[in-house]
Design a protein around this ligand. Structure first.
Ligand SMILES: CC(C)(COP(=O)(O)OP(=O)(O)OC[C@H]1O[C@@H](n2cnc3c(N)ncnc32)[C@H](O)[C@@H]1OP(=O)(O)O)[C@@H](O)C(=O)NCCC(=O)NCCS
Length: 314
């Protein structure tokens, strides 16, 4: 068996060997890491095929980011059933490390779902290969529209007097400009939760809402349709010093009712650990009623740069 870099485009026989969300990367050409995902950063995909003679028996898929040059990402590893347990999965990981190292990346990272397929294998292999310990990255919940309608906080918290919840699409250019100016003067919005990027990148218009106060826009819940049935709550934020307990809940309540009206039957919400209040919110106010709540874990391996020109002596 040998491992080879796949020339673009990779043979379609490799398509089932990675996640549907990454299959477009098998063109092995620069493109967004995720299709249909506004703002998904461009990456150079690298596909490593494992072959037994001419038969394709495994695949490791990597994404080399074009902008930030620190960490490459190992997206998936697969070995066909009858060839498992012979060390090829581990060899594919080692080959991926070599590719990232030769491309001058300082580290290689991987993200997976706790308890998901391959996680026991990865626990063993990553330890053997000297990867860092797993760290929690996000807590994600998946819930149906019916489950959302049973959230005990739904409709329980009124909107603050003098304020109104409006469709995000109705936020004016002037209001958005005012937000930018106020953020520049004295930052109060977490950088990854600023709303203006979605004006350009797009959002689900029927369900995304904003909180309009006399002083300006103070909060937002911005969503994306993953398909006709599935809504993702992408970006939610409310000014910290604004109001009291339950302050973002009226926005979520409104958005959930709109989700039901728009015919979405499923929703997901992802809380990154860098936003601890969001994680607490999900743990306490969504997870107990959601059909699924799972942590994603990540680990990285520091790479030693191996210049390609090194040749063996003798
Ligand atoms: C996970 C997968 C890639 C492993 O490939 P593989 O070629 O069977 O793995 P290896 O033979 O290199 O395994 C290395 C070691 O892990 C062990 N191992 C393999 N599968 C394991 C599992 N499910 N649980 C625990 N250990 C496992 C092997 O026995 C081997 O141990 P050893 O070194 O003591 O002999 C393969 O099973 C697969 O393609 N699964 C479906 C896709 C998947 O889950 N991919 C991972 C997430 S993207």
């Amino acid at each position: 068996m040998e491992i080879r870099l796949l020339a673009p485009p990779a043979d379609p026989v490799f398509l089932p060997m990675t996640f549907p969300a990454y299959r477009h990367l098998l063109t092995v050409e620069v493109g967004p890491k995720l299709l249909g995902e506004a703002g998904s950063p461009p990456v150079q995909p690298v596909a490593l095929g494992a072959f037994l003679g001419s038969e394709a028996v495994g695949l490791a898929l990597l994404a080399l980011p074009l902008g930030e040059r620190e960490t490459a990402e190992l997206l998936s590893v697969y070995v066909v059933g009858e060839h498992r347990g012979k060390g090829w999965g581990k060899k594919l990981v080692q080959a991926a490390e070599t590719v990232a190292s030769n491309a001058s990346f300082a580290s290689l990272g991987v993200v997976w779902t706790e308890g998901g397929s391959g996680s026991q294998w990865w626990a063993k292999v990553s330890q053997e290969l000297g990867w860092g310990p797993p760290e929690r990255r996000t807590l994600s919940v998946l819930f149906t529209a019916q489950e959302a309608l049973r959230f005990p906080w739904l409709d329980r918290f009124p909107v603050r007097e003098g304020c109104e919840i409006v469709p995000f699409v109705s936020v004016t250019r002037e209001e958005m400009e005012a937000l930018k100016v106020s953020q520049e003067k004295s930052p109060w919005i977490a950088p990854d939760l600023v709303p203006w990027r979605y004006v350009e990148e797009g959002f689900e218009e029927r369900t995304s809402v904003a909180l309009r106060a006399p002083e300006g826009i103070m909060g937002w819940v911005i969503n994306h349709a993953l398909n006709a049935q599935w809504l993702r709550f992408t970006c939610s934020f409310i000014r910290k010093d604004w109001g009291r307990r339950g302050r973002i809940l009226p926005l979520f309540s409104e958005s959930i009712h709109r989700m039901v009206e728009a015919g979405f039957t499923l929703a997901s919400f992802v809380a990154p650990v860098r936003h601890p209040t969001m994680v607490q919110f999900v743990e306490k106010h969504m997870a107990p009623w959601a059909q699924q709540a799972r942590w994603t874990l990540g680990s990285t391996k520091k790479l030693q740069h191996q210049p390609q020109w090194v040749t063996r002596a003798g």
